[in-house]
Design a protein. Structure first.
Length: 348
């Protein structure tokens, strides 16, 4: 089965071609093309929906074309088209959906709608489909979402926890803004934190004390807005903060990742998970990947840890194609005329 994935939910116009070899139980990414608008939105400190939509319109066809060329495939060799239906920015979603619908009509291909968050989850299947065992606990951390999800052997997803306010990626982005580090914040904070870590090998005590929100409560929910406010107040008290940016980044990352890891491990133990999966843009954070992997190894049961390759962590279309493969197998195909954008499409 060969599937073309299309993703335009935020500020990346992306197309990918993924082949599924059912006999071998493996997915092969033949092309994964991303045209990012980050440099345009950087100037504004965040994504401007109107600009994003306009850019998608210009980019998506060339991106699909490049994907076909890279995969050395003719459109006739595509079996299905999968497209992100939501959640995301409505105007951005529309460009991908209208393109996918037109291609489905012109090429006479079945069209599959994919939930963006489930796309992030299926990014883990690209290289580990056979290795993932169930039940699996999935931590999904992106710019718009933070969820703990339980996946059973039939690939059914159940949300067991979520953020009560800001998403983890949003918290990273807002903290970076306060520190004057620009957009997107996650990668810069991670880089600065790494600088502090290298300079402070002796782990000297820091007087920057930030809260670890909801660390010890019994639910699997999260809350990051208090941490963000605590950082703001701490910065206001410290006239010397511009000279301590790596330390602030380190302490912020430490607080976020500690909560994410602890809650995920609690969930893995409670649900006797055989696998723990990390997904979403924040899964590009190396400190989070390392800490969660180490913590999973310490679970007495033989639980295994999985995370996507870095190129499949932030928004991409390979993950949409991967999720589409499993929907196609379940026969979840609608008439293309019925596929519409749903900016608030929840996994539930
Ligand atoms: O999944 P994604 O590409 O888009 C959404 O679906 O939201 O996630 C983007 C988020 C941004 O908030 C960005 O700051 C964060 O992922 N991010 C990171 C890192 N790389 C991207 N956060 C922490 N550490 C990183 N290395
Ligand atoms: Zn995303």
């Amino acid at each position: 089965m060969v599937i073309l994935g299309i993703e335009t939910s935020c500020d990346e116009s992306a197309a990918s071609i993924v082949k599924f070899d059912k006999k071998e139980g493996r997915l092969f990414v033949l092309a994964n093309i991303i045209s990012s608008q980050i440099d345009i939105h950087k100037e504004y400190g965040g994504v401007i929906p109107e600009i994003a939509a306009r850019e998608h319109v210009g980019q998506i066809i060339p991106v699909i074309d490049t994907a076909l060329k890279k995969a050395k495939l003719n459109y006739k060799e595509i079996d299905y088209i999968a497209v992100t239906k939501g959640p995301g920015l409505v105007t951005s979603l529309l460009s991908g959906i209208e393109t996918a619908r037109s291609l489905a009509f012109a090429w006479k291909k079945p069209l599959i709608e994919v939930n963006h968050i489930s796309g992030h989850i299926y990014a883990n299947f690209i290289d580990n489909y056979k290795q993932i065992k169930y039940p699996a606990i999935i931590l999904t951390v992106s710019g718009g979402h933070t969820n703990l999800i339980l996946m059973d052997k039939n690939l059914k997803l159940k949300i067991i926890g979520e953020t009560l306010d800001d998403a983890a990626g949003e918290a990273y982005d807002k903290a970076a803004k306060m520190l004057g580090l620009g957009y997107p914040g996650g990668p810069v904070i991670a880089k600065q934190a790494q600088i502090y870590f290298k300079q402070n090998k002796k782990q000297e005590k820091s007087d920057i004390l930030l809260p670890r929100p909801m660390l010890n409560d019994k639910t699997f929910n999260f809350s990051f807005s208090g941490l963000k406010t605590a950082l703001l107040y701490r910065l206001q008290k410290d006239q010397n903060w511009p000279n301590r940016i790596p330390e602030y980044c380190f302490k912020f990352q430490e607080a976020v990742n500690l909560v994410l890891v602890k809650k995920t491990i609690n969930a893995a133990i409670k649900y006797k998970a055989k696998s723990v999966l990390l997904s979403g843009g924040v899964s590009a954070n190396l400190d989070l990947r390392e800490k969660l992997e180490t913590a999973v190894k310490e679970i007495p049961k033989k639980t295994k840890f999985f995370s996507p390759k870095l190129q499949y962590t932030t928004d991409n279309a390979a993950m949409i194609a991967a999720a589409g493969i499993f929907s196609a197998q379940k026969g979840k195909i609608k008439d293309f005329s019925q596929i519409k954008a749903d900016p608030n499409w929840n996994l539930r």
